[in-house]
Design a protein around this ligand. Structure first.
Ligand SMILES: Cc1cc2nc3c(=O)[nH]c(=O)nc-3n(C[C@H](O)[C@H](O)[C@H](O)COP(=O)(O)OP(=O)(O)OC[C@H]3O[C@@H](n4cnc5c(N)ncnc54)[C@H](O)[C@@H]3O)c2cc1C
Length: 444
């Protein structure tokens, strides 16, 4: 038995863990236990979230031997903690992409975004992950000002005329209020190619499916060193008890890359932002029938964006919280206040679950996929929208590792490019967030 690891902490007590424990999926073994003996393989993958498991899935489908290593249990990172909003977008809008990079690039990015939702559907189907309760119910972006609404509608019009995509449609103030139950918005835009999923069930289901196909997934196995032998191909990946020699390495550690010094270089690609969620007690019947009856995911247009959805008869409310440390109470209280401001009916309800995690933001607001050297591929930086995108991008990382040339459009990046002044990121994030909150409060 390996000693407990200094770099790990227990997973947060989220609603998702509660549901998985109730369904019995949390106890079903998914991994092969900590790595205890040396091995040789074609591709070693670090990280057992959506990215790493999607990479392993693509390798397994091509018959390429691989192994997945994670310092923690499957889904311990963002993949087991997120809001389960499945979206077909990037943080950068398609018109903005076209303005900067041309229409052809916008078309390729648009295809990637929608392909990512297809990947979620096919993984759920292929591994029969009914417990993930994926619903292709759409996502409603709720506008907090007339100006924000006009911008959302202009984007939907542009996507329809320039990209031929008819999946976005405008909703009036009354329609948004009728289906969300909140009078706090002036209207919204519905994206039909989106939905919700139970995120922990999804990642556990993929891991179970891979394990059943013989892919070794070693949990509680931190990578403590990555070495190259000069003049020789491949990598040596060291873990506390054993070593993996592989022809190629995929680093899929995203916002948790700083867990050990071996992967810390990838952390410097990102500005990690804390993201927090709360879940109420189960709603009484009257509210159950009034709030978010279409069971979509909902986001809003404020800069410090909040999102909300229903699950297990509860209201879930999430948002970026740059101020507190992980698990600090102030951020959760701010979330509760924001929720009650939009849904005054919820004022008296208990918050039964609260948890948080880190999302990886990038300077160009897009995910990055590329090679950090001739034996190592990385994928990271989903900017808080990685449920679908990481499921796709992990597969593209696998293709890159095998020498293929997937269309990555603007996601492609050659080499690591650390965020400038990375050591100042924490005060920098706080400053930007404070400015955004000020603008939001002013209705700007
Ligand atoms: C609170 C929250 C809400 C979110 N909501 C949404 C949402 O609603 N919709 C959406 O699309 N996205 C959302 N996201 C973002 C989404 O969850 C992530 O983009 C996605 O899960 C990233 O997956 P990943 O596999 O790349 O990383 P992760 O799931 O974070 O996995 C990384 C793994 O790497 C392991 N690791 C790190 N370093 C090492 C090492 N040295 N050795 C071994 N293992 C290591 C970690 O233990 C971890 O398990 C949210 C994120 C958070 C935190």
């Amino acid at each position: 038995m390996l000693a407990p690891l200094a770099c790990t902490s227990p997973p947060p007590d989220s609603l998702w863990r509660h549901l998985a424990a109730r369904a019995g999926t949390l106890d079903a073994p998914v991994g092969s236990g900590p790595l205890a003996r040396d091995l040789h393989t074609d591709v070693a993958v670090i990280g057992a979230g959506y990215s790493g498991l999607a990479a392993a899935y693509a390798l397994e489908k091509r018959g390429v031997p691989c192994v997945v290593l994670d310092a923690n249990p499957v889904g311990w990172g963002a993949s087991g903690r997120n809001g389960g909003v499945v979206s077909s977008k990037f943080r950068l809008s398609f018109p903005a992409i076209a303005a900067r990079h041309g229409l052809d690039v916008a078309k390729r990015m648009h295809r990637l975004a929608h392909d990512s939702v297809r990947v979620v559907e096919s993984l759920v189907d292929e591994f029969a992950i009914a417990s993930a309760a994926f619903e292709h119910s759409g996502s409603l972006r709720c506008a907090h000002t007339e100006r924000a609404l006009a911008a959302c509608i202009a984007e939907a019009d542009w996507v329809r005329t320039e990209l031929g995509d008819r999946s976005m449609s405008a909703l009036t103030r009354g329609e948004v209020e009728a289906e969300s139950g909140s009078a706090g918005f002036v209207g919204g835009v519905l994206s039909a190619d989106a939905g919700t999923i139970l995120p922990l069930e999804y990642v556990l289901g993929i891991a179970r499916g891979l394990a059943a196909r013989g892919v070794p997934i070693h949990e509680s196995t931190p990578v403590v060193a990555i070495e190259r032998v000069s003049g020789a191909p491949g990598v040596i990946v060291r873990t506390p008890a054993a070593t993996v020699r592989a022809k190629q390495l995929i680093v899929a550690t995203n916002a948790y890359s700083g867990l050990t010094s071996a992967t810390a270089a990838y952390q410097r690609e990102l500005v990690p932002f804390r993201s927090a969620m709360i879940a109420t007690e189960r709603l009484p019947a009257g509210l159950d029938a009034k709030l978010m009856t279409a069971r979509r995911s909902y986001t809003e247009t404020r800069r410090m964006m909040k999102w909300f959805r229903r699950a297990d008869g509860r209201m879930l409310f999430g948002g970026r919280d740059a101020f507190g440390k992980e698990g600090q109470q102030t951020g959760f209280e701010a979330l509760r206040r924001a929720m009650v401001a939009l849904f005054p009916d919820l004022a008296g309800l208990r918050i039964e679950f609260q948890w948080s995690g880190y999302v990886g933001m990038t300077f160009n607001a897009l995910p990055h996929v590329g090679r950090s050297d001739d034996a190592t591929v990385f994928c990271l930086g989903y900017n808080g929208a990685g449920v679908a995108m990481a499921s796709l991008v992990g597969q593209q990382a696998a293709a890159l590792a095998l020498g293929e040339t997937p269309d990555l459009a603007l996601l492609a990046q050659e080499g690591l490019r650390p965020v400038p002044f990375h050591s100042l990121r924490a005060p920098g994030v706080r400053l930007v967030a404070a400015w955004y909150q000020f603008l939001d409060a002013m209705g700007a």
